[in-house]
Design a binder for this molecule. Structure first.
Ligand code: PLP
Length: 403
């Protein structure tokens, strides 16, 4: 008889977003006349830029001709996009990545999850707490997490990120094989300096561990000297895979395009991770649509970069408004400087969900309770800069009015 992957049965429901949706529905049913503002979900809201749209139209027209039609593309992505990423995303950082180390995909979410296919089932996994839930859940599906005890997974190494350590994980006592790091961080908004990242690269090299570096928000870094790529750290090509995405960089959350760098120098037990990932992608993935890859290429044109910057600045202005507004109102506020997320301490020791309800019912503003990202997120809420500027301003005023 067929059996199922029992690891899936151990997963708790998607409690966080289901619970947020339930509470919002209940609020709307009780308050049909009120206009709710959501600063909860981290999804792009600004339209695609003109340079991207022009490239997409052109590519669509090409697809309607015999000469310009594109069927299945290379599983690793088209050379034009891989070369553009090498030249425009990495060379300006002084990072020399070769085209065959860059793999185009339909999302950093998929890649962060799928990467586990090429890694052994018994590897010990370390994650930050709070954390983007995909790292934990996909390892639970693969059987690397142990059992869920209602709060934590028994085999996962949790690295607390809190006020005491500046939301920067400390080197764990138990040695991990796979280390997930995300900077600028979702949800805390913290960015890592070169010396902080160097600590992790040195640790991974010394212990034979692999760093899975999620740089989905690198374009939101505003401060000088903060690394945009882990490969700005010496030795990282021997111990780190980097995930990047056009989702938050150019509003591609609905377009779906990302890339992952798997350096040739990554060798474990004599095996090349680059070769394994290539094999995995070409077996299970048939590539991102031609039209979308042309759109992604246009993000790196001079005009595309200027327009992407304007959109990022728009979201960062929202983040600044939230940060300043709530800080001036007396709240303790983190993030929002090198990240579109603002991580806010709940006042008077309120718990995350209690403060969520207070903001929902008192101010008509939906946020994300920090506890949903892990136990260390308790006592915090996350607000996003990805909203409409006018509504963000109104939401901040409403929150201040009830504090
Ligand atoms: N990584 C982090 C840390 C994220 O917050 C998100 C989306 O919210 C993703 C990856 C997903 O990126 P993509 O849209 O490319 O799948």
């Amino acid at each position: 008889m067929l059996t199922v992957n029992e690891n899936f049965l151990k997963l708790p429901g998607n409690y966080l977003f289901a619970e947020i949706a339930n509470r919002i529905s209940a609020y709307k049913a009780e308050n049909p006349e009120k206009n709710l503002i959501s600063l909860s979900i981290g999804d792009a809201t600004r339209p695609l830029s003109p340079a991207v749209i022009t490239a997409m139209h052109k590519a669509v027209d090409e697809m309607g001709t015999i000469e310009g039609f594109h069927g299945y593309g290379p599983g690793e992505g088209y050379a034009f996009l891989r070369e553009t990423i090498r030249d425009k995303a990495y060379l300006p950082l002084g990072v020399d990545i070769s085209v065959d180390e860059i793999f185009i995909s339909d999302g950093a979410k998929s890649d962060c999850g799928n990467i586990g296919d090429i890694l052994g089932p018994d590897n010990a996994v370390a994650v930050c707490d709070p954390v983007y839930p995909v790292y934990v859940d996909t390892n639970a599906m693969a059987g690397r997490a142990g059992d869920y005890d209602g709060t934590r997974w028994t085999d996962i190494i949790y690295m607390p990120c809190n006020e005491a350590n500046g939301f920067m994980p400390e080197l764990p006592v138990r040695k991990p094989d796979m280390i997930y790091l995300c900077f600028p961080n979702n949800p805390t908004g913290t960015a890592a300096t070169k010396s902080q990242l160097k600590l992790w690269v040195d640790y991974a090299l010394k212990n034979g561990a692999l760093i899975l570096f999620d740089a989905a928000y690198e374009a939101y870094i505003t401060e000088e000297g903060i690394p945009h790529s882990i490969y700005e750290i010496e030795g990282a090509k021997e111990c780190a895979i980097e995930f990047r995405s056009f989702s938050k960089t150019a509003g591609f959350t609905g377009n779906r395009c990302a890339y992952t760098v798997v350096p040739m120098d990554l060798k474990f037990g004599g095996a090349s991770l680059n070769k394994l990932w290539d094999r995995r992608q070409c077996t299970k993935f048939n590539g991102v649509p031609y039209v979308v890859q042309r759109a992604a290429e246009a993000v790196y044109s001079d005009q595309g970069m200027k327009e992407a910057r304007e959109i990022i600045d728009y979201y960062m202005n929202n983040a600044k408004l939230i940060r300043h507004g709530l800080k001036n109102a007396g709240l303790t506020v983190y993030g929002g400087v090198n990240s579109p997320y603002v991580w806010i301490k709940t006042p008077a020791g309120a718990d995350s969900w209690g403060f969520f309800d207070k903001l929902l019912y008192g101010a008509g503003v939906a946020v994300t309770p920090g506890a949903g990202f892990g136990p260390e997120g308790e006592g915090f809420i996350r607000l996003t800069g990805f909203g409409d500027a006018e509504l963000t301003k109104q939401a901040v005023e409403r929150i201040i009015a009830i504090l």
